[in-house]
Design a protein around this ligand. Structure first.
Ligand code: PMP
Length: 411
């Protein structure tokens, strides 16, 4: 396909998402909760059905035909993921449950091994709880310090402050590529280069970038990069941790069990090669196989086309929302993924969410797993509308109509 996403082909694209074609509370569904999870195209759903109806088998160990077919399909996803982020080697792609598990893997394995008393880990004020709590846990255990890059009023990171935080004790820097709460796209290349100059390794949480931004881990030169399939039109329960081969090789296994070993005796166990060293037990085979169909879906439309369509939607929604009385948009960075976070005067975000739901419009309300960030903006939570390739300006108009009614009703 690889053509511009236009109004005409958005209609075609929507046909690939059966879930969108339904009424919720008597209205056509408007799905604006894409930053939480995207909907899945038919090809992803069919890949799951094909696996379970055609070649369900455990992978890697079997020599029978179904096991070989399942193993091949599973490894094809690894190859597709490698190409998707331009990794050097397929064994640098570790399958995990998603970004949360990827970060916990690195914090446990790398963090516990290489953090010493008094060392420092730097994260940012824009992080999701899953890029905060694993570092708190390991810092507490290793008696290391957790330092936070401050967030400016417009939702961008304070890079001058970041430079001052970097010291010879900094061992790990972990930041997101894009913020799920505000949409801010972070200057990760600069962040990575500065961290490397200080001798630290860098983990990038790509949860909000996977379906929206170009990712080239060789060009970025990051040490780790994490993705969740379910935010990229793929199934839940699978995702990847990319790690540079030389860094992964230095790290001990994260979990013990089948598949991650070469040889087990009661006296000593030797570990398998990458990537299997980090893939203990039977993985999420079906969803990982179907993840490839999601990657193909994104590649065929073209990420740049998806991004262009979404930024048109974001600009339109930002302008319309900004013109409504009492609306305060939280997060106004110049470079954003398609996330519109806002509050309206004294109306509680939950009330707005419920009233929009009554009109068939799905948005997210609350702290978006970024409580420290909400604290900084002095709000308990926001209303968040996040757009995907299948959304339209008409749908934004519906939301604006809904918001106008809510504002008038609450006056
Ligand atoms: N980081 C960011 C920026 C996110 O948006 C999310 C999901 N909301 C996560 C991490 C966690 O991803 P998952 O729940 O798929 O593990």
């Amino acid at each position: 396909m690889n053509s511009q996403v236009t109004v005409a082909n958005v209609a075609e694209i929507r046909k690939q998402f059966p879930v969108l074609n339904q009424q919720v509370n008597g209205r056509n569904l408007v799905y604006f909760d894409n930053a939480a999870t995207t909907q899945k195209p038919l090809r992803v759903i069919n890949a799951l059905i094909e696996y379970y109806t055609g070649y369900n088998a455990n992978i890697h160990r079997g020599i029978h035909t179904l096991a070989e077919r399942a193993t091949r399909a599973y490894e094809e996803t690894r190859q597709a993921a490698k190409d998707f982020i331009n990794a050097n080697f397929a064994e640098e792609i570790i399958f995990v449950r998603g970004v949360t598990e990827a970060i916990n893997l690195v914090a446990s394995s790398y963090g516990r091994t290489f953090l010493q008393l008094g060392d420092e880990v730097i994260i940012s004020g824009l992080e999701h709880h899953s890029n905060i709590v694993p570092w708190q846990l390991v810092c507490e255990e290793r008696r290391a310090y957790l330092k936070i890059i401050p967030v400016l009023e417009n939702g961008e990171l304070d890079l001058d402050a970041y430079q001052k935080l970097l010291t010879r004790q900094t061992k790990i820097v972990a930041v997101n590529h894009a913020s799920n709460s505000l949409g801010t796209i972070n200057p990760i290349k600069e962040i990575i280069d500065l961290a490397h100059q200080a001798g630290a390794v860098v983990l990038i949480d790509g949860a909000q970038a996977g379906a929206h931004l170009p990712i080239d881990v060789q060009q970025l030169d990051c040490d780790f990069y994490c993705l969740s399939s379910h935010k990229m039109y793929g199934p839940t329960g699978t995702g990847i941790l990319y790690g540079k081969r030389e860094v992964l090789e230095k790290m001990p296994p994260y979990q013990g069990g089948g598949e991650m070993i070469k040889e087990v005796t009661f006296a000593k166990t030797t570990y398998n090669d990458l990537p299997h060293k980090f893939e203990a037990g039977t993985p999420n085979i079906a969803d990982t196989i179907a993840f490839k169909s999601a990657i193909d879906f994104i590649n065929e439309i073209g990420k740049e086309n998806i991004a262009a369509h979404e930024s048109t939607l974001l600009a339109y929604a930002t302008e319309k929302a900004g013109a409504l009385p009492g609306v305060r948009i939280i997060g106004q960075a110049p470079h954003k993924v398609s996330v519109l976070s806002f509050i309206i005067d004294d109306i509680h975000p939950f009330d707005i969410g419920q009233m929009l739901d009554a009109r068939g419009i799905a948005v997210r309300t609350g702290h978006h797993c970024t409580q420290p960030l909400m604290d900084q903006f002095g709000v308990e939570g926001t209303v968040r509308a996040s757009f995907a390739v299948y959304n339209t300006k008409d749908e934004i108009d519906h939301m604006m109509e809904g918001l106008t009614r809510i504002i008038n009703f609450m006056k």
